[in-house]
Design a protein around this ligand. Structure first.
Ligand code: ADP
Ligand code: ADP
Ligand code: MG
Length: 471
C-alpha cells in the first residue's frame, strides 16, 4: 500500500482525499497558497505546506509540487479534479521522478484530453461517437462546408476544453461565422490551445456518463451510470445515479461500451466515459481521466469507495471488486451548492459564511470544506458544498433532497440551494422526464422568493444593532 500521498488540490476534493487516506492508514500532505491558509484541507491533512502568495500559481506548478512530494517522502500524488488533474506533462513529471501519479498513464491523459484524438480512438474501438469533424478544423471555410454536410444545428468545441467552457451551438451560417472566432479566442485564453472541432448538435439529449475503475492487471469494471442532464450553460447542477430515464437494457449496453472504451486505450485508475443519448442513439462525447465532482452518487448507490480504489490500484493492487460484485441500490442525488446568486444571473457570491449548519439524518452526506466563520476566497471555483442524498425509490430520494436542502442553513452568502428546491418541485423532474434543455426551458423556476429563516433575520438584526452601537 501507499505510505504517504501529496494532495495537489484544495477545497472539498482535497478533504475527500484526506478522508480516504485516513481510513486506509496512509499519511496525507496538503499544499496551499496564502489566501487558502484557513482552508479545511490544510487543517485536516497530516502535514501542510504553503506554496506562495499567489492564489493559483502554487496549485499549478508541476515542478514545485513534485519536488515537495520528494522532499516530504511521499510515494504518490493525487491530483483531484481541475488544476493539474488532466495535465499529461504533470503526470509524466511524476513518472520520471519515481512518484506514482494517481490516475492513468500520462500518454492516456494526453490522448483523451485531446477531444479529437479521443474521438478517433473511440471510432477505432467501434464506440459510436457524435457525428462531426474527423480532426480539428483548419479554418472558417472548412467549418462552413462541413456544417453544410452535417446539417445545423452544430457545436463548435475547444479540442482541449473542459468545465463546460469553449462550447457554442450554431444554428446557421451566420451564427457559425460569429461563434467560430469566439470559441477560438475562448479556447486560447482558457486552455492555451486554439484548436477547435465540430460536432453535430444533438438536440435535447440526456447526458449520461459511466463511472469506470481499472487496475494495472487488465481488469476494468463499471459502477453504472449517472444522469447529469440538469445543467446550466453546459455545467452540471444536479446529478443523479442511476438514471431514472434508462431501461435496464440500455444501462447494460452503455456500461459495456464504457468498459470497451477504457480497455481500448489501456486505461488505469478511475475515469468517466460521457455519452449523449437521444431516443435509441448513443454517442460517445468525451472521457474524463480523473475523479469527478459527482463520483459521490456512484459511491452511495454501490457502496464502493472510489477514492480508496484509486489509491489501491495506484499502489499496483488489483481492484477489490469484480463486475459481478457491483450492484446498485436505490437512487442518489447530488446538489452542487454554489456560492452564486441565481436571481442575479448566477453571479458569484463570495464572502464570509456567517453561519453554517450541516444537514443530516438518514441518507444524507455532505462533502464540503466550508465552516462557520470561513471566508470563501474569490479566486477559485464557486462550488462550496456538495449535498448528496440517498433513498430506496425515486419519490423518496426527491423528498429526502427537499428535506435535506431545507435542513441546511448557510448564511452570509447567496447560494443555489433554493433554486434546487424549485427544480425538485417541478412535475417533469418528479416524473423523471428531463434532458439537458430542462434548465434553459424553465426560466420561470428562477422566479421564487427566498424564504428568510427566523435565525437569519435574528442574525441580521443583531449585526445591525452591533454596527449601530459601534461594537
Ligand atoms: P465534472 O464532470 O467532474 O463535473 P467538470 O467538467 O465540471 O467535471 O470539471 C470539474 C472541475 O474541474 C471544475 O471545477 C472545472 O472548472 C474544472 N475543469 C475541468 N476541466 C478543466 C479544464 N480542461 N481546464 C480547467 N479546468 C477544468
Ligand atoms: P466538457 O469537457 O466541458 O465537460 P463536454 O464535451 O463534456 O465538455 O460537453 C459538456 C456539455 O455540453 C454536455 O454535457 C452537453 O450538455 C453539451 N454538449 C456537448 N457536446 C454536445 C453536442 N454535440 N450536442 C449537444 N450537446 C452537447
Ligand atoms: Mg464533459
Amino acid at each position: 500500500m501507499l505510505k504517504k500521498v501529496l494532495i495537489a488540490n484544495r477545497g472539498e476534493i482535497a478533504v475527500r482525499i484526506v478522508r480516504a487516506c485516513a481510513e486506509m492508514g496512509v499519511r496525507s500532505v496538503a499544499i496551499y497558497t496564502e489566501p487558502d491558509r484557513y482552508g479545511l484541507h490544510v487543517k485536516r491533512a497530516d502535514e501542510a505546506y504553503m506554496l506562495g502568495e499567489d492564489p493559483l500559481a502554487g496549485y499549478l506548478d508541476p515542478l514545485r509540487i513534485v519536488n515537495l512530494a520528494l522532499e516530504t517522502g511521499c510515494d504518490a500524488i493525487h491530483p483531484g479534479y481541475g488544476f493539474l488533474s488532466e495535465n499529461a506533462e504533470f503526470a509524466r513529471l511524476c513518472e520520471v521522478n519515481g512518484l506514482i501519479f494517481i490516475g492513468p498513464k500520462s500518454s492516456v491523459i494526453h490522448g483523451m484530453g485531446d477531444k479529437t484524438q479521443a474521438r478517433n480512438s473511440m471510432r477505432a474501438a467501434n464506440v459510436p461517437v457524435t457525428p462531426g469533424s474527423e480532426g480539428n478544423l483548419k479554418d472558417l471555410g472548412e467549418a462552413l462546408t462541413l456544417a453544410g454536410e452535417i446539417g445545423y444545428p452544430i457545436m463548435i468545441k475547444a479540442t482541449s476544453g473542459g468545465g463546460g467552457r469553449g462550447i457554442r451551438r450554431c444554428d446557421n451560417d451566420e451564427e457559425l461565422k460569429t461563434h467560430y472566432p469566439r470559441v477560438i479566442s475562448e479556447a486560447t485564453k482558457a486552455f492555451g490551445s486554439a484548436e477547435v472541432f465540430m460536432e453535430k448538435c444533438i438536440v435535447d439529449p440526456l447526458h449520461i456518463e459511466v463511472q469506470i475503475l481499472a487496475d494495472s492487471h487488465g481488469n476494468v469494471i463499471h459502477l453504472f451510470e449517472r444522469d447529469c442532464s440538469i445543467q446550466r450553460r453546459n455545467q452540471k447542477l444536479i446529478e443523479i445515479a442511476p438514471s431514472p430515464q434508462l431501461s435496464q437494457e440500455k444501462r447494460e449496453y452503455i456500461g459495456d461500451l464504457a468498459v470497451r472504451a477504457a480497455k481500448a486505450v489501456g486505461y488505469e485508475n478511475a475515469g468517466t466515459v460521457e455519452f449523449l443519448i437521444t431516443g435509441d442513439e448513443v454517442y460517445f462525447m468525451e472521457m474524463n481521466t480523473r475523479v469527478q465532482v459527482e463520483h459521490t452518487i456512484s459511491e452511495q448507490i454501490t457502496g464502493v469507495d472510489i477514492v480508496q480504489e484509486q489509491l489501491n490500484v495506484a499502489a499496483g493492487l488489483p481492484l477489490t471488486y469484480q463486475q459481478k460484485d457491483i450492484q446498485f441500490r436505490g437512487y442518489a442525488l447530488q446538489f452542487r451548492v454554489n456560492a452564486e446568486d441565481p436571481k442575479n444571473d448566477f453571479l458569484p457570491s463570495f464572502g464570509r459564511v456567517t453561519h453554517y449548519y450541516a444537514p443530516g439524518g438518514p441518507g444524507v452526506r455532505v462533502d464540503t470544506a466550508i465552516y462557520t466563520g470561513y471566508e470563501i476566497p474569490p479566486y477559485y471555483d464557486s462550488m462550496c458544498l456538495k449535498l448528496v442524498v440517498w433513498a430506496l425509490s425515486w419519490d423518496q430520494v426527491i423528498a429526502r433532497g427537499q428535506r435535506a436542502l431545507d435542513d441546511m442553513r448557510l448564511h452570509g452568502i447567496k447560494t443555489t440551494a433554493d433554486y434546487y428546491q424549485q427544480i425538485l418541485r417541478h412535475p417533469a423532474f418528479r416524473q423523471a422526464n428531463f434532458n439537458t434543455s430542462f434548465v434553459p426551458n424553465h426560466p420561470e423556476l428562477l422566479d421564487y422568493s427566498v424564504k428568510r429563516h427566523p435565525s437569519e433575520i435574528a442574525l441580521a438584526i443583531a449585526s445591525a444593532i452591533a454596527a449601530h452601537a459601534g461594537w
